[in-house]
Ligand binder design. Structure first.
Ligand code: HEC
Length: 109
């Protein structure tokens, strides 16, 4: 009698454990995808490596730290920094999104 219940119980707890684990895994992946997705739009002009197309007026951004990049993005948003493209673009993001983008793209020391 006891033995009969042990196996299903073990299987059930293993399933619960697995679903909790994979649920967590999915949540982290979705979070990563969101962050990468936000930062990926910048690659159209600045390149996936942040090198930009300097001759085409797309500056190098892979030399900036996250703090420096966030400061520039916020300055574009507030109008403190002028530009052809970045002021409009920066206004489209919340400060939280700009922080995520700067953290994704900023140079890691
Ligand atoms: C449509 C092209 C385009 C896209 C997309 C774009 N940028 Fe820019 N970026 C520019 C241009 C052009 C400049 C020069 C300033 C200006 O004229 O707006 C610039 C300047 C910058 C600068 C200042 C560099 C410096 O050293 O002064 C930063 C930082 C920057 N971009 C970050 C980003 C980030 C982060 C994204 C993604 C959210 C992004 N850019 C998307 C074209 C683009």
């Amino acid at each position: 009698m006891q033995v009969k219940y042990v196996k299903p119980l073990l299987a059930a707890s293993a399933l619960i454990g697995l679903s909790q684990w994979s649920g967590l895994g999915l949540a982290q992946t979705a979070d990563q995808l969101y962050k990468r997705g936000l930062a990926a739009t910048c690659a159209n002009c600045h390149g996936t490596d942040g090198k930009g197309v300097v001759d085409g007026g797309m500056p190098l951004i892979n030399t900036l730290t996250s703090e420096q990049m966030l400061a520039k993005l916020k300055a574009y948003k507030s109008g403190a920094l002028e530009g052809t493209i970045m002021p409009q673009l920066a206004k489209g993001y919340t400060d939280e999104q700009l922080t995520i983008i700067a953290n994704q793209l900023g140079k890691k020391q």
